[in-house]
Design a protein around this ligand. Structure first.
Ligand code: ZN
Length: 242
């Protein structure tokens, strides 16, 4: 730090060109992400749930052959700790969404502890959001795995448009926030939903934030263990979306 302090701002910014000086991690409360970089591209990638092992494997291998920046959560569990309370990291992107999730996952918790956790998230959220937001013209792709409890069926009623080309496999689907991406994705043989406006209720997920800030975002969901299927759909997306 002391060496950097002696440099001009211009020199300091130039350090960004040296890969070994760039940060390798970024975090918010108990959610800590490893940063994988490959070349230069407008693509950003995310694996946010620590228990979704298929998504981790697919994304890490993908980054060996595709350019962009990936953020891979390091925890092994679905939830992370915030001020020793449990939180789903894909509910931390708004205060109102995080509050609902903290109350859900920590029944009977004192309001003061919830407020402390929310204040902590408020202080650090924007830094993480900036990292996960794609540059102009770019896109953020989040990889998820689901179990029998969740499928595209849950998203259909709260979506602006849907195209269910594979109704027999509701666990595999794309969720996007940009209508142009929807127009392309619906030509695929896969299920896809558009949530550009989405439901009024803000659940604190990154897809809701992407819709609110109007950046291109695609969620790629498949059932846990469907490695080849997730790889195939990710490759389709890379090939056909600009
Ligand atoms: Zn997930």
């Amino acid at each position: 730090m002391s060496r950097a302090a002696g440099l001009s701002r211009r020199q300091f910014l130039a350090l960004g060109w040296f890969p070994w000086l760039r940060p390798r991690h970024i975090g918010l409360a108990g959610a800590r992400f490893r940063i994988l970089r490959n070349g230069r591209s407008l693509r950003r990638y995310l694996r946010i749930h620590g228990n979704e092992e298929t998504a981790r494997q697919v994304l890490e291998r993908h980054m060996e052959t595709h350019e962009g920046i990936a953020f891979v959560i390091e925890s092994r569990t679905r939830v992370v700790a915030v001020e020793s309370l449990q939180l789903d990291p894909n509910r931390m992107f708004s205060r109102v969404g995080a509050e609902a999730n903290l109350k859900l996952l920590n029944p009977g918790v004192a309001p003061e502890r919830v407020r402390r956790a929310l204040d902590l998230l408020d202080r650090g959220r924007e830094k993480l959001v900036r990292a996960l937001t794609p540059p102009r013209g770019g896109m953020t792709i989040a990889l998820h795995n689901n179990s029998s409890a969740y499928s595209v069926t849950a998203e259909v009623p709260i979506s602006d448009q849907t195209s269910l080309r594979e109704p027999g496999n509701p666990h595999a689907f794309f969720l996007c926030t940009d209508p142009r991406d929807f127009e392309t994705l619906k030509t695929s043989p896969y299920n896809v939903v558009l949530q550009q406006h989405g439901p009024k209720q803000d659940d604190g997920s990154l897809s809701r934030l992407a819709a609110a800030r109007a950046f291109r975002y695609v969620n790629l969901e498949v059932a846990a263990g469907q490695t080849e299927r997730q790889r195939e759909m990710l490759n389709w997306l890379e090939w056909f979306l600009p």
